[in-house]
Design a protein around this ligand. Structure first.
Ligand code: HEM
Length: 464
């Protein structure tokens, strides 16, 4: 006899839990279900069983320890309709996915990243200057930073107008990810015949341009002998070897690896930066403490550098707290289990969609007391070092197992240097709205797959 399925909300005849599935702020409903039924909750959606993971331990046991069978992705109907199927973050755990990920890691591991530091610093400094000249466009400037950094690294984009065009394309293409990847936001994910009425189709041309236009520009400049060093350039050289052209398969791989970097890096890093700025405006004491650390370690006559980061412990704690307080991808990117499995006496059928509730794990009061408060001190021990006994939010916020974020190191260094530089130069304060009224800030994320904070600030320079 089959073992029982994990517990979960009561199922209705024929439609199971279809009507219970949340379409707004799913992380909250999932957290409530887990409080009622435990760290593992089974939700019965016709054609698509769903498993919600609400506890860090269960995520470790399944997604990390059994990563050989929990690293698949479900078929994302809406993302496929929007033409995002080429992005390896959406791919099933196939040999093609593994080839993409392997190649990606080769260009974004810790050693490879040393090469990108000067671009990271130049882009960070450029943002500081833009903020000074046009503070009313602060939000836009901060949004452009990860985009332009990754664009220069991946495609060697050369001039401002080319860069702006690429960023504009990416902004439009990423809108699909924000809107279509929220679990349950589109019932078509679960009910196949609804896919004939797709809101995703309108994104197809722009997503295609995101992948192809900058890549083909690199190919063109290579043919003219004018290409700048870039990841795309290295990929093409590496794959094509002595041959004159890439094969169709190599071409698909190279475009996917390059385009995947841009898609995965820009919005996520921006979202954390926005959380950080709002937190600084809401918690001026934290800001002052960070600035005191900077004054002590960096001093007033220069900007922070990568060599300072190890000593900037409090600022690292601010980064960790920014990742924890409003998690960037609150319900992760769903995994899928590729064979039938049994866990703690429960049967988990092959093909089940697995959703780790990152938000709930990072707001678990047992690991992070007073989780709604922004408190970097929680990560620092008596010796003034990062406390290894407090769960590191990067082990949750970047996902799990063999699908864990492939750009974690890149994201963490980009953020650390940016946060340090922003705090060194600016005081972040709550701004005023169009009617001149003070903006009420809140620590609540948006309702999209990548969580934003709703408002933004003008900062003020603290260095005259
Ligand atoms: C703070 C910023 C970031 C956060 C919070 C973040 C978070 C995540 C999460 C939660 C996933 C899904 C993991 C899973 O399925 O278990 C993911 C996947 C991924 N991320 Fe990030 N990410 C960030 C920045 C970046 C950057 C800067 C890059 C590239 C340079 C990147 C590249 C990727 C890729 C390629 C995947 C797909 C991995 C796969 O499916 O195997 N991410 N990220």
């Amino acid at each position: 006899r089959r073992l029982p399925l994990p517990p979960g909300p009561r199922r209705r005849w024929l439609i199971g839990n279809l009507l219970d599935f949340p379409t707004s702020r799913p992380c909250i409903t999932f957290r409530d279900w887990c409080r009622e039924y435990g760290g593992l909750v089974f939700v019965d959606i016709p054609f698509k069983p769903v498993l919600i993971i609400g506890s860090f331990q269960v995520a470790k046991d399944l997604l990390d320890a059994r990563s050989n069978i929990y690293s698949d992705r479900p078929y994302f109907a809406m993302m496929d309709l929007a033409n995002w199927g080429w992005a390896f973050s959406m791919m099933a755990y196939t040999p093609s996915f593994r080839a993409h990920r392997r190649l990606f890691i080769e260009h974004f591991n810790r050693t490879a990243m040393q090469k990108y530091r000067s671009i990271q610093l130049q882009e960070t400094h450029a943002v500081l200057v833009r903020l000074l000249h046009t503070p009313d466009m602060a939000r836009q400037h901060l949004r452009t930073l990860p985009a332009s950094t990754i664009m220069r690294i991946v495609y060697g984009a050369r001039n401002a107008s080319q860069m702006n065009e690429y960023i504009d394309i990416a902004e439009q293409a990423m809108d699909a990810v924000r809107k279509l990847l929220v679990p349950g936001a589109f019932l078509a994910e679960f009910i196949p015949f609804l896919r004939h009425f797709p809101p995703g189709c309108r994104y197809r041309p722009i997503v295609q341009r995101l992948r192809d236009q900058p890549f083909e520009e690199v190919q063109r400049t290579m043919a003219e002998g004018k290409a700048m060093p870039s990841v795309a350039y290295s990929l093409i050289r590496q794959l094509q070897g002595e041959n004159e052209n890439l094969t169709a398969e190599q071409d698909y791989l190279a475009r996917g690896v390059a385009g995947g970097a841009y898609g995965a890096a820009s919005d996520t890093t921006t979202a954390v930066t926005e959380v950080f700025v709002v937190a600084m405006a809401m918690y001026p004491d934290v800001q002052r403490k960070a600035q005191a650390e900077l004054d002590r370690i960096v001093g007033p006559s220069r900007l922070p550098d990568f060599g300072d980061l190890e000593s900037l412990v409090y600022i690292r704690a601010i980064m960790l707290e920014s990742l924890r307080w409003i998690p960037t991808i609150p319900t992760c990117v769903p995994h899928a289990v590729s064979v039938d499995d049994v866990y703690e006496g429960y049967f988990i059928p092959k093909g089940t969609l697995v959703i780790p509730n990152i938000w709930a794990m990072l707001h678990n009061p047992e690991d992070y007391p007073g989780p709604e408060t922004f408190k970097p001190e929680r990560f620092i021990n008596k010796e003034g070092k990062i406390d290894p006994s407090v769960r590191d939010p990067t082990t949750i916020a970047f996902g799990f197992g063999r699908r864990m974020c492939a750009g974690l190191d890149f994201a963490a260094t980009t953020l650390h240097i940016l946060l340090a530089s922003m705090l060194h130069v600016y005081d972040m304060k709550p701004g005023v709205d169009e009617r001149g009224q003070p903006v009420i800030l809140s620590g609540e994320g948006s309702d999209e797959a990548i969580s934003y904070v709703p408002y933004f600030f003008p900062g003020e320079s603290r260095r005259k």
